[in-house]
Design a protein around this ligand. Structure first.
Ligand SMILES: [Mg+2]
Length: 317
């Protein structure tokens, strides 16, 4: 494969990987690990179980994680870079649309909901972000790692992209870690280098989260039951981001396994799998995903189109 084709495959793989992980993971969102292992280890698309936030979504349909990632990607393309005001406007508009849709209204997390209300009441993006350290800005941030080539720009724009909705140090650090890891995964073959760089950049914002990301790598040879219990799988960034790094590191050469591991982790499975999928796709490219996952994914063409547009912009900055 020629270098540009390989890069295109990785850009597309990153965004599709996020959407695939999200669409698979939504089936288990909010369920306990034990319950998942006893009643239905998920390896393919299906409906979410009754009571899950995504119970009204179709098979292969993704959740708010991917929807917010798409909003961010579109904003980067429209503005030729990250523009906080444009992104905040777009996310506020998206939020109202999602909250008015009976199938999607339960998907929007606590930080995003609060921020959307504030933005729509006229509060400026610098003041609208929630203090809850949830993972909403980390789960959507991958396009920043694709758009910018320079690590300092990735770090600063990832941090900025968190502020309109997630203005806690943990959430900002989580967004920085994932964006940096996405960029490193595009050209790095050594897992420890990717994790070290992500944790190093995140440590400027939240040393606790950075340490937990490093721990997730150190635990990569420990069995998942123990690790998920130790790390926690709640919607908080301190749980979801380390869990995604664990799944990615444990199955570094086997992306299908990494994503499946995340999908069945328990807790915030759609977000853990969304971030795991983004990292796997950036590392391996689109061809590593099973055809059934690519075929069954909703809006595949639209996501491919966005990732190609980001690649074109990225080459010109
Ligand atoms: Mg979700």
């Amino acid at each position: 494969m020629k270098p540009l084709e390989k890069l295109r495959s990785k850009y597309t793989g990153c965004m599709l990987g996020a959407a695939i992980g999200d669409a698979l993971g939504k089936q288990n969102e909010g369920l306990g690990r034990k319950d998942i292992l006893e009643n239905g280890y998920v390896t393919d698309y299906g409906k979410a179980r009754p009571g899950c936030p995504g119970e009204k979504l179709r098979e292969g349909q993704y959740t708010d994680d991917t929807e917010q990632m798409i909003v961010l990607a579109q904003s980067l393309i429209d503005c030729n870079g990250f523009d906080a005001m444009d992104f905040a406007e777009k996310i506020a508009k998206w939020g109202v649309e999602a909250q008015n849709d009976p199938a999607r209204k339960k998907l929007v997390g606590p930080s995003s909901s609060a921020a959307i209300s504030r933005l729509n009441s006229g509060i400026l993006w610098k003041e609208s972000g929630s203090e809850i350290p949830s993972c909403g800005s980390a789960m959507r941030v991958a396009p920043i790692g694709l758009f910018y080539n320079n690590m300092d720009e990735i770090e600063s724009n990832a941090a900025l992209s968190s502020i309109p909705t997630h203005n806690s140090k943990g959430a900002i650090a989580g967004a920085v870690a994932v964006a940096v890891a996405v960029r490193r995964a595009l050209c790095e073959r050594d897992c420890i280098e990717i994790v070290k760089d992500a944790a190093g950049r995140a440590s400027k914002y939240d040393s606790g989260l950075a340490k937990k990301i490093e721990l997730s790598f150190e635990k990569k040879d420990t069995e998942p039951d123990k690790v998920f219990e130790e790390l926690g799988t709640s919607y908080l960034v301190y749980d979801t981001v380390p869990c995604a790094f664990y799944c990615f590191s444990r199955h570094f050469g086997a992306p299908e396994k990494a994503i499946t591991e995340a999908v069945n982790a328990g807790g915030d499975t759609d977000s853990i799998a969304c971030m795991t999928g983004a990292l796997c796709g950036a590392l391996h490219g689109i061809d590593v995903f099973p055809e059934k996952w690519l075929k069954g994914l909703e809006n595949r063409k639209m996501i491919e189109h966005l990732s190609s547009a980001i690649l074109r912009k990225s080459e010109n900055i």
